[in-house]
Design a protein around this ligand. Structure first.
Ligand code: PHE
Ligand code: FE
Length: 297
């Protein structure tokens, strides 16, 4: 099966530390794991592969990506070479006060959350090898840039991501990272949105679109998550998501669907402390199993 997504972002099995198999060069990183992008070091072959990946996804997203992603992508004009992070940061600062920082690859949870909480999005500097065009285990510059950066121009989404970073720092102190990581996974990486809301369906199709970066940068799962009748789609439910494990080595059996980024921001605004306490007493769901309270989306 051809798939492509990023591994567990915050939390879970060793992002760094004990895991010595990470492929980035961490030797020149500062204490926040930030490096120089060194744009001139990319080879012509790397730029060409990036362009190929960009074109492949650009053919898919008009049918499958949410409107805000498409609008930003069109304005970004980032399809002719691996982008210069500095130039994109200058535009992002003006749009939503976010900026990009270059990193060697996966970084420790606390560092990752601190960047997000300060409206800095870490983008991996290296590009996958040609034989990894369809599938890559660690996030690379294509996943991070194409999947994550366009929505940073969307003000409500941008606020949500900062709040997530703050929530991550808080969850670290409450030993609740496993719960919060599931929220990242089922929204920021694999989230779906029903444009026009669950009641008023859009004229074109039923308004179901992807906003998760793992979907937007994937050659196969992007169509699968929308078109495949076997994919389970459930209305966003914070507690349900935090009880649900996820798959890192196959398509997701289940996606959670929001109505709007405003809904996402509003439903995650309350203090999670009592929620984490409640979760500790509740059984978990496997990635595929259905819950009695699930509402199809
Ligand atoms: N409200 C959450 C808390 O109190 C923080 C958060 C916001 C986490 C948005 C994720 C997303 O911990
Ligand atoms: Fe990602």
């Amino acid at each position: 099966m051809a798939l492509e997504h990023s591994p567990p972002p915050p939390a879970t099995e060793g992002r760094t530390g004990s895991n010595t198999s990470l492929r980035g060069d961490y030797s020149r990183a500062d204490s926040d794991y930030v490096v120089a992008q060194d744009w001139s070091a990319y080879t012509a072959e790397e730029h060409a592969l990036y362009v190929r990946l960009f074109q492949r996804q650009s053919r898919l997203v008009p049918r499958y990506a949410c409107t805000q992603f498409l609008d930003s992508l069109a304005r970004l004009d980032a399809g002719s070479a691996i982008p210069r992070f500095d130039a994109v940061s200058a535009r992002l600062r003006r749009a939503t006060r976010w900026e990009l920082v270059a990193v060697p690859g996966l970084i420790p949870d606390d560092v990752f959350f601190r960047h997000l909480a300060n409206r800095r999005f870490p983008v991996t500097v290296w590009l996958r090898k040609p034989e990894e065009a369809e599938y890559i285990v660690e996030p690379d510059v294509f996943h991070d840039f194409f999947g994550h950066v366009p929505l940073l121009f969307e003000p409500v989404y941008a606020d949500y991501l900062q709040e997530y970073g703050r929530g991550g720092l808080k969850a670290l102190g409450q030993d609740a990272l496993d719960y919060l990581a599931r929220l990242y996974w089922y929204t920021i990486e694999f989230g779906l949105i029903r444009e026009g809301g669950h009641h008023g369906l859009r004229a074109q199709g039923n308004g179901l679109r992807a906003y998760g970066a793992g979907l937007l940068s994937s050659s196969g799962e992007l169509a699968h998550c929308i078109d495949d009748a076997a994919a389970q789609r459930t209305r966003f439910d914070l507690l349900r998501i935090m009880r649900t494990r996820y798959k890192i080595d196959s398509y997701q059996p289940r996606y959670f669907v929001i109505d709007s980024f405003e809904q996402l921001l509003a439903e995650t605004r309350p203090d999670f402390t009592p929620l984490y306490a409640k979760l500790r007493g509740l059984p978990e769901f496997s990635a595929e199993e259905a819950a009695p309270e699930d509402v199809p989306a």
